[in-house]
Design a protein around this ligand. Sequence first.
Ligand SMILES: [Zn+2]
Length: 206
Amino acid sequence: MGKLTCPFCNSQNTFNIAYGYLGEKKTKKNYINQEDIGLNESYRKGFEKYDFDGERLMSHLPNRYCKNCKNTFQSRKVMYTVDISIINFIICINNNYYRYILDFSDKENPKYSLRINWVSIKENESLTIKNKNKILSSFKEYKPNIWNGHYGKNYDYDEYYWILKCTYYNGACYVKSGNDKVPDNWRHFIKPFKEIFASNIFDLKS
Ligand SMILES: [Zn+2]
């Protein structure tokens, strides 16, 4: 396995964390002991995590440690909406190409950019936390992560196409797309986008 990149600082100086119960792994290469990075024995029991809306989540222990910035992270776990870092939402309709980039990598200062036909219209504009949470609520409720990979014809479109790419803090991501076709719950999913960006380009119908 190659070196994993740290989601905080992009360094590749990362190591697996060996917890007490993984004692036999301590001798293996690329492992770092729990105690050596300041995680005490009780850490294992006390680990909890909350979603953006305060819901308590089942979580997993971080399994990687970055020697560069000294953060711990999880490389394999099931990701939650609170872990969404970047959303790219592309819609091409009436021969215009719109690309919204929502940047939640700084949780306290969400931002967005908009390009129309590759020209920057908005660059790192602030989004309110409330609006960020509205968007995350939509991801939580309408689950684009379990949509089909693609809707409609494969290589061709008449009216529009769309692409949604969602990237998590650990670098994991998924991409969904459609040509002249949207998932059944699209109309609900796009509601916050429509409201926040006051745009009707999201109103796509199959
Ligand atoms: Zn780092």
